[in-house]
Design a protein around this ligand. Structure first.
Ligand code: FES
Ligand code: FES
Length: 209
């Protein structure tokens, strides 16, 4: 029996090809579907970005200092650039938590204010070097820094004074080694360390007297 043209026109091969295309096509459709789902999940997992500013209730050196800042604003930036009048005792040096020039006390504990967001400092007691004493009435550490000539350029000084003031409350009679250890998070590029440590010991002695 003679086969028809359709039957003889390489039909099995063509069918196989079409089936193959069908499978590949279905695979592509499934892959597309999965990709869309994955993209949707990724979008859901990505936190919504915050924009604009928020109100933050700061308590700086015993004063209520409400401020409006972007959520990403550091405490250091807020103190220095968003308060009026500004609080400039804490210094911006490295801006990455290595030098200690920006040290402030948060509920009495020294922190690098360049690594703390202002929003995270809300409703906590922030003490800067200005809040420890005044030119007329310096605290023991501030007075000892002056008496012992414990600064050169002075850029690191607020950080050291703040750190040491907090430390002497915990340990009023430290050894030199303990003072050095307490100050390990503060750098002095002028190399005034011996005078700084002498001032810390002198302040401890004066506070005990
Ligand atoms: S400016 Fe914050 S640690 Fe250096
Ligand atoms: S006195 Fe200059 S960095 Fe310390």
């Amino acid at each position: 029996m003679t086969k028809s043209r359709e039957e003889t026109s390489h039909d099995p091969g063509r069918r196989k090809f079409l089936k193959g295309v069908g499978i590949v096509g279905a695979g592509a459709a499934i892959a597309d579907h999965l990709w869309v789902e994955a993209e949707a999940e990724e979008k859901q997992a990505t936190p919504q970005s915050l924009s604009g500013t928020v109100k933050v209730a700061l308590d700086v050196n015993g004063q209520k200092r409400p401020v409006q800042v972007e959520p990403r604003t550091t405490l250091l930036n807020t103190l220095r650039n968003h308060l009026e009048p500004a609080v400039t005792g804490p210094k911006l040096v490295c801006d990455m938590g290595t030098c200690g020039a920006c040290t402030v006390l948060l509920d009495g504990k020294p922190v690098y204010s360049c690594l703390v967001l202002a929003v995270d400092a809300a409703n906590k007691k922030i003490t800067t070097v200005e809040g420890l004493g005044s030119p007329e009435k310096p605290n023991a550490v501030q007075a000892a820094f002056v008496e012992n000539d414990a600064l050169m350029c002075g850029f690191c000084t607020p950080g050291f004074v703040t750190t040491i003031s907090a430390y002497l409350k915990q340990n009023p009679n430290p050894s030199l080694a303990e003072v050095r250890e307490a100050c390990k998070g503060n750098f002095c590029r002028c190399g005034t360390y011996p005078r700084v440590f002498e001032a810390a010991l002198a302040a401890a002695k004066a506070s005990r007297a």
